[in-house]
Write a protein of this length. Structure first.
Length: 225
């Protein structure tokens, strides 16, 4: 099997995965259910999102350290470089996020200092565990990048409805960069992995999507019940 054929097969399989579809559909339904939330409700969402956002650069750094191939290291480092502001710390995603929510009237300390819910804690722990193994890390990386924009768009829309702010730089930077992140994550899946390695990558991506579904389900319970 050629490298190109393999890459197409595994990415097609991951893109069509039922767990991924379940997460995307849950996000769509969440937007419909939530309507216009109060400031307190949106604050819950923003505070929980901060935790995986804050950890993601660490996950990428750890994945680089356990990846044996320089090609994989290069493509992951490209994503990390953008996550950390392309050489300008003021443009790092976490900084842009804090600036965006502050402009929307939310106090930084109430977001960055929000205690993690149980599902949030499990999600971050999942990223930490995945970053100890190249195959697990690749599954988490690709799985993250192909759903990142729908997740960001959902949170951005709920924030817009609450605050009336239409210009959300944190959302805009994802729109600008996400296609490149998906391309880079796809490139990491092009080496000729064995069938067993392929199954492990898919298994880990499914685990990641499950953790994100649980994350949003617990948030839904907190804000709607």
């Amino acid at each position: 099997m050629s490298t190109t054929a393999f890459a197409t097969n595994i990415t097609d399989s991951l893109s069509a995965n039922d767990r991924k579809k379940e997460l995307v559909n849950f996000l769509k339904n969440l937007k419909d259910e939530c309507g216009t939330l109060s400031t307190e409700q949106v604050l819950i969402i923003l505070g929980q999102w901060f935790h995986p956002l804050h950890y993601f650069p660490t996950f990428l750094s750890r994945l680089i350290s356990v990846s044996p191939e320089i090609e994989t290291q290069t493509f992951v480092s490209r994503i990390l470089w953008e996550e950390l502001g392309e050489g300008d710390p003021r443009q790092a995603h976490e900084r842009v996020y804090i600036d965006t929510i502050s402009d929307g009237g939310f106090a930084e300390e109430n977001v960055s200092g929000a205690p993690p819910l149980n599902a949030t804690r499990r999600l971050v722990a999942g990223y930490a565990q995945a970053s100890t193994s190249c195959l697990a890390g690749l599954g988490f990386l690709y799985g993250t990048e192909v759903v990142d924009l729908p997740m960001v768009a959902t949170i951005g829309e709920l924030m817009r409805r609450c605050t009336g702010k239409q210009n959300l730089p944190w959302v805009s930077i994802h729109v600008k960069q996400e296609a490149g992140h998906v391309d880079s994550a796809t490139e990491t899946l092009k080496p000729a992995f064995t069938a067993e390695e392929q199954r492990e990558i898919v298994k880990q991506a499914e685990q990641m999507w499950t953790l994100w579904i649980d994350f949003f389900k617990e948030i839904r319970t907190e804000i709607l019940n």
